[in-house]
Write a protein that binds this ligand. Structure first.
Ligand SMILES: Cc1cc2nc3c(=O)[nH]c(=O)nc-3n(C[C@H](O)[C@H](O)[C@H](O)COP(=O)(O)OP(=O)(O)OC[C@H]3O[C@@H](n4cnc5c(N)ncnc54)[C@H](O)[C@@H]3O)c2cc1C
Length: 420
């Protein structure tokens, strides 16, 4: 019988935002942590996001409005969301669950389950950032969405009803209010805004993951730059088979993002996990000051974020699996619209193009908590569109579970058992 209060040998697979945060929270509790990832911390999907710690993000991806638009998504070769036909048959079981998650009663249930996580997300980030001496990496400019017309804003009333029911705080702004927050926007495109002032912003998400991993290592953790080939349970722990051979641990945390399903399956846990691939285009460092915070422009299908390296045009939701090559045509086609929205971008050359793999469950809820097959295995993946937002609260919940402390958020809605 394991004494949860005693220091344990714990493997964490994955050094993205989620795995690095888990490693820090576990090392801070005194555990001996081994991180497995062939890549540097935060180098993959976690590096390329829009930087939002979105504390009001209770609206799941599947809603009745999204389901109504689904056929157009599939057929429109130039739209922001796409299902690649080659991936369609593999995606069908996930899509079927996605469609069921978009029923009104389910949407209300999922929003209520997201709320305690997103509501605790910024405080959790500040806690871990303080441990990592990285408090300055998280700023509090909030999250702004800008609507092109009254009609477009009115169409989002169901989203605001969900936010109201949960108690999300936001302000509706007129054109002057939007322009006071973001003078770099084109006023003609910004008649109405919705600002969530309590959201946070990370200009360098890869740097944040690196800080967490460094702080974990300063507390005795080690990062093995190896790929995990397989995992197996033992009566008194878990064996990890990596590039350099097998190694035994008391516990295992699966935080391998979009690659987590196969590892979970090897340990007897089934999950519906696909990747919603997303893209960004980066402009040069001289564009970093054109905006102050991430700005969502739903009509244009994009978010514009002033990241450390320059303004980032973020877009795309592509169901195409883990191996198909990126297709940058859609995001390239958005550059003129981004330049219309932020006139200071005109004439600025594209500095980089990027694609990443959101690890997405069909019900927009992450998979957090101990395995139903035994508490030696803890899951921490499936954060979809919210992996930056939820990385720190996930890590604290994982540390609570390992320590046997009362959970700070009831983990019941996030259990992997829901996929049986
Ligand atoms: C375009 C875009 C914009 C986004 N914007 C936001 C935003 O504004 N706010 C927000 O909250 N979220 C956002 N997200 C989502 C967020 O970036 C992701 O949810 C998050 O990065 C997932 O982190 P992760 O640690 O779970 O996965 P990853 O970052 O993918 O890390 C997983 C790690 O596991 C490693 N790994 C996989 N398999 C193995 C193995 N077998 N052995 C060893 N290591 C392995 C990989 O190498 C990788 O480093 C966005 C995503 C995209 C694509």
């Amino acid at each position: 019988m394991m004494n949860p209060a005693a220091p344990q040998d714990i493997a964490v697979i994955g050094a993205g935002l989620v795995g690095s945060a888990c490693a820090l929270a576990l090392a801070a509790d005194g555990h001996r942590v081994t991180i497995y990832d062939p890549d540097p911390p935060g180098a993959g999907t976690s590096s390329g996001n829009a930087g939002g710690i979105v504390t009001g993000a209770v609206v799941p991806t599947a809603t009745p409005q999204v389901l109504r638009a689904l056929p157009a998504y599939v057929l429109d070769r130039n739209g922001p969301a796409v299902l690649r036909l080659r991936h369609a048959s593999r995606a069908l079981p996930w899509l079927w669950r996605f469609i069921r998650a978009g029923r009104p009663a389910e949407v209300a249930r999922i929003a209520a389950a997201l709320w305690p996580l997103v509501d605790a997300s910024l405080a959790a980030h500040r806690h871990l950032a303080a441990l990592a001496n990285a408090a300055g990496m998280i700023t509090d400019e909030g999250w702004l969405k800008v609507y092109a017309s009254d009609a477009e804003f009115a169409a989002t009333a169901p989203d605001r009803a969900l936010m109201d029911r949960c108690g999300v705080r936001y302000q509706v702004l007129d054109r002057d209010g939007v322009m006071a927050l973001e003078p770099g926007l084109n006023p003609d495109l910004a008649p109405i805004g919705l600002h969530q002032p309590e959201s946070g912003f990370v200009r360098d998400p890869r740097g944040l993951a690196q800080s967490h991993a460094d702080a974990a290592c300063a507390r005795g953790a080690r990062h093995l730059r190896q790929r995990v080939r397989g995992v197996a349970r033992r009566p008194d722990g878990v064996t990890v088979h990596a590039d350099d051979g097998p190694q035994d641990f008391d516990r295992l945390v699966i935080a391998a993002g979009a690659w987590s399903a196969r590892l979970a399956r090897q340990l007897g846990d089934r999950v519906s996990l696909d990747t919603e691939r997303g893209y960004h285009i980066g402009f040069g460092p001289q564009t970093a000051g054109l905006l102050r915070r991430p700005v969502g422009l739903p009509a244009l299908g994009m978010v514009l974020s002033p990241m450390r390296g320059g303004l980032r045009l973020v877009s795309g939701d592509e169901l195409a699996g883990l191996t198909a090559p990126p297709d940058f045509r859609r995001i390239r086609a958005l550059v003129p619209a981004a330049q219309r929205a932020v006139p200071g971008l005109r004439g600025q050359p594209v500095a980089s193009e990027w694609m990443g793999f959101r690890p997405s469950t069909p019900d927009s809820l992450p998979v957090i908590g101990v395995s139903p097959q035994g508490a030696r295995v803890v899951h921490a993946f499936g954060h979809g569109h919210l992996g930056l937002t939820l990385a720190a609260i996930t890590a604290l919940m994982v540390a609570d579970a390992v320590a046997g402390r009362p959970p700070r958020v009831d983990p019941a809605p996030y259990g992997i058992g829901r996929f049986r």
